[in-house]
Design a binder for this molecule. Structure first.
Ligand code: FAD
Ligand code: NAD
Length: 398
């Protein structure tokens, strides 16, 4: 009998969890599972704001895929996916002459920055999206600080963060922690540094609990962060940003955290998308493609017809991966599948190493050290899910 081929694209929260599930639940020889990822490591996206600010080394935000995947159960290929052909059921990789064929395809390729066509952003701003991209931010920022000693231009020590969603706020929190050390290193008076967070909406963290938003903004303002709310960035140049209305903020470092969209490879495959994301059915399948499952940031899951979709988070990507790891086994064995149900457990956002805000469970608000501890527990849980207690002990950081 022909063994079905399951091909998983992307070793992020969704893809890696699917691979782990299949590795656990499939009997040997029941299916051929292949995982493709462009790096040999999984990056812990939820921690990328730390190395981007330089508060931790980027190695703390990544782990080797082969340290959590058994190569005799899941075939791992390090390569870049370049295209998906849904007609021939084949996936093309950058460095392999032969495409990979599949019976079932799991797409977990994550997201890309949403720039809304804002002029100059792609060319002049930095993005918190991968180990490579955050390494560049840190090194660029440090180089700008080092130049200040000679050139004394204020824009060299001005950092603009575009967007005050969770990524923007978490990054600003890390910057606040990093600045005293960085200023000591380059002999710069701390009060000379400007960290400017620009937000288009009338409030930071639009839609989030107002008490927690006030706590976060008061804390960050006390640390010297300037907020420009209700003022969208209209353009990004090599000298800084221009806000709607014409005001210019000169800054040598601009980091865009203004939102995400689905991976373009999915759109290019001819699968129906909304801002690059695919509205999946109850079994996480793409419309019109019974054998293609989409998870994580590339997928759109609606609580019900008239509601907004769940935001793209590691939390939902992980649950989708856990679900699919079991559901694909059930599909292969007896052709049956369950329906995915998302269980939102809350949202916790860090404001640097010791501060955080969050809502856990139904409506329990946390702030300060307690929230920060909760955030660290959530991060450790991800390590535990991937590699048990030994990975927690090896990679966990308090
Ligand atoms: P990802 O985790 O992004 O993984 C995608 C994988 O696909 C990557 O390994 C990538 O290398 C690979 N890939 C991409 N393109 C290709 C290609 N062409 N070929 C081969 N491989 C490819 N969410 C939370 O729930 N809680 C948080 O605290 C939280 N904090 C965050 C903090 C930051 C700074 C950021 C940026 C996001 C945060 N999020 C958080 C959101 C969360 O990280 C994402 O929703 C989550 O990573 C999505 O998981 P995913 O599996 O879809 O994709
Ligand atoms: P987001 O879409 O949540 O926030 C982007 C922000 O940028 C919004 O507030 C938006 O109003 C603003 N913006 C858009 N255009 C702008 C412009 N021209 N000028 C200024 N501001 C502009 O994006 P994100 O913060 O990157 O988050 C992406 C996803 O990851 C979300 O689902 C989020 O919940 C999740 N996430 C979660 C956590 C956490 O749980 N701790 C942390 C980071 C990200």
């Amino acid at each position: 009998m022909k063994v079905p081929k399951i091909l998983i694209l992307g070793a992020g929260y969704g893809g890696l969890m699917t691979a782990k599930g299949l590795q656990k639940h499939l009997r040997p020889g029941e299916a051929e599972v292949t995982l493709v990822n462009q790096n040999s490591y999984h990056y812990i996206t939820t921690k990328l704001h730390e190395p981007a600010a330089g508060t931790s080394h980027h190695d703390h935000a990544r782990l080797s895929i082969l340290s959590v995947i058994h190569p005799h159960r899941v075939n791992f290929i390090q390569d870049q996916v370049t295209s998906i052909n849904t007609e021939t059921k084949e996936v093309t990789l950058k460095d392999q002459s032969e495409p990979l064929s599949y019976d079932y395809l799991v797409i977990g390729l994550g997201s890309a920055p949403e720039t809304f066509g804002i002029k100059g952003l792609l060319e002049n701003a930095f993005f918190i999206r991968s180990i490579d991209s955050v390494r560049m931010i840190r090194e660029h920022m440090e180089y700008m600080f080092s130049r200040y000693a000679e050139e004394k231009k204020d824009e060299l020590i001005t950092i603009v963060v575009g967007g005050a969603g969770f990524t923007g706020i978490e990054y600003v929190g890390e910057l606040v922690d990093r600045m005293p050390e960085l200023c000591r290193e380059y002999d710069i008076p701390l009060e000379k540094v400007r960290i400017v967070n620009v937000e288009a909406a009338p409030t930071v963290l639009p839609g989030f609990d107002s008490d927690l938003v006030s706590y976060a903004t008061d804390y960050l303002k006390n640390k010297g962060v300037e907020f420009h709310i209700n003022t969208p960035i209209a353009e990004c140049t090599h000298e800084g940003v221009i806000l709607k209305g014409g005001e210019e903020i000169k800054a040598a470092t601009v980091v865009w955290t203004g939102g995400v969209r689905g991976n373009k490879i999915v759109e290019d495959a001819g699968i129906e998308t909304m801002r690059g994301r695919v509205k999946v059915d109850g079994q996480l399948r793409a419309p019109g493609h019974e054998e293609i499952f989409i998870i994580g940031d590339s997928s759109l899951v609606f609580p019900s017809e008239n509601e907004r979709p769940y935001p793209p988070t590691a939390q939902i990507a992980t649950q989708q991966g856990q679900f699919l790891g079991k559901n694909l086994v059930s599909l292969i064995r007896d052709g049956k599948m369950d329906t995915f149900a998302y269980h939102a457990k809350g949202t916790v956002a860090s404001l640097g190493r010791k501060e955080a805000i969050g809502i856990v469970g139904k409506n329990s608000k946390l702030m300060g050290m307690k929230a920060s501890l909760m955030k660290k527990i959530i991060e450790l849980r991800w390590l535990y899910l991937l590699g048990g207690i030994s990975l927690v002990l090896r990679k966990g950081k308090f």
